[in-house]
Write a new protein. Structure first.
Length: 382
């Protein structure tokens, strides 16, 4: 990988850590602000919905003005709101800061993926993306572990101050890299942008990838928001322990990044999608039935590994949604994924409050397995 792609991986680390840090914090936030876990979950939705919604605007902006330049600007702006999250004195104020954090950070990971797709041919792209996602995976680990330890041993607000500093630092480095990008001729209009997205939806294989991304947001990202609360409520664990267990999910992703060349050669895309989604779904299904928390740790590791086997293969296909306008294509896919996440967090929060964790996790697990089976069958028919 080039130095620029490594830097983009570091940016992804910060963005994902900020995105996921709320998971281990939900129980302590619910207690501090005297509300339910389901209601506290609005801080997850508050980030996910604007993060996804603005993708459809920032994708074309990145194609025109330069993907690195837009990513750097997004990070610089987000510094203000991440810092503001650490000053929250109510769940509503925190949700507002999370909303603007998600809004300003929207032009980061999807444009990074589009940049890689522009620079790396499809034949080797999944291997490069597999290494790039080390930053994403470490962000998952950091969000869980640092959030858990901040809740247990520090004031949870301190973690947002740390992340704000990293946003500012990486934006400076990226601005220096972006000077080589040329501004493309032409104007950006809502009509031309909507016409592009409409043409994407008319292509069957692109439509399949977008549908899969949307449902992945519902069944995987939507339910994941409640794992920290589940561990706390079901096993009465400390916040630091919860954070470490959540970190096992990310360790599974790091293991995937180590073995991805072997997986691509030995299994191929169809088997990776089918097996990854099946084992991830069965892992989620099993969570509600485990009586000892020690058995959760290896299951989280296996779930994290299975997730990236499925997700990384699927998002490689997302880079081909619109080859002539990759920023717009990948951003449209990300828009639908995070729309699905916001919907999933809301629906699963209602299910947890009314039916409990076991029923909710079982439903999500079955949905994941069926989603992978459907997407694999669509690819096999091409």
């Amino acid at each position: 990988m080039t130095a620029t792609i490594w830097l983009l991986s570091a940016v992804s680390f910060v963005v994902v850590a900020i995105m996921t840090v709320s998971v281990p914090l939900l129980p302590v936030l619910a207690a501090e602000f005297q509300t339910s876990i389901g209601y506290a979950g609005i801080i997850v939705t508050a980030f996910a919905l604007p993060y996804g919604a603005v993708q459809i605007l920032l994708g074309p902006v990145g194609d025109k003005f330069g993907k690195l330049r837009v990513i750097a600007g997004s990070l610089a702006l987000s510094t203000i709101f991440v810092l503001g999250s650490g000053t929250a004195d109510s769940i509503e104020y925190l949700a507002t800061m999370r909303f603007f954090s998600g809004l300003s950070m929207a032009g980061t990971i999807p444009l990074a993926m589009a940049y890689i797709a522009d620079e790396v041919p499809y034949e080797t792209r999944q291997l490069v993306i597999g290494r790039y996602i080390n930053g994403v995976v470490l962000g998952h680990i950091a969000g869980g572990v640092l959030g858990g330890f901040a809740a247990e041993y520090l004031d949870w607000r301190h973690i947002f101050f740390l992340f704000a500093g990293l946003c500012l630092l990486f934006s400076f480095f990226l601005f220096n890299k972006s000077s080589v990008e040329e501004i493309q001729p032409g104007r950006i209009s809502i009509r031309s942008t909507m016409s592009l997205y409409r043409s994407v939806l008319l292509i069957k294989k692109s439509r399949q990838v977008i549908i899969t991304g949307t449902l992945e947001g519902v069944f995987i990202f939507g339910i994941f928001a409640y794992f920290g609360a589940y561990l706390r409520d079901s096993y009465d664990l400390g916040y630091g322990t919860v954070g470490l267990i959540l970190g096992a999910y990310g360790l599974g992703g790091l293991f995937y990044a180590m073995v991805v060349p072997y997986l691509v050669r030995s299994l191929g895309e169809l088997k990776m999608i089918g097996l990854g989604s099946f084992f991830l779904g069965m892992s989620f299904f099993s969570f509600g039935f485990i009586e000892r928390w020690e058995f959760i740790v290896p299951l989280f590791f296996f779930a994290g590994f299975s997730f990236y086997v499925f997700h990384n293969t699927m998002q490689t296909h997302a880079t081909e949604i619109a080859p002539d306008a990759r920023g717009a294509g990948v951003s449209f896919w990300a828009f639908m994924l995070f729309f699905g996440q916001g919907f999933g967090v809301t629906i699963f929060g209602i299910f947890i409050n009314n039916f409990g964790y076991k029923v909710t996790f079982s439903l999500a697990g079955c949905g994941i397995a069926l989603l992978g089976w459907w997407f694999r069958s669509q690819l096999a028919d091409r």
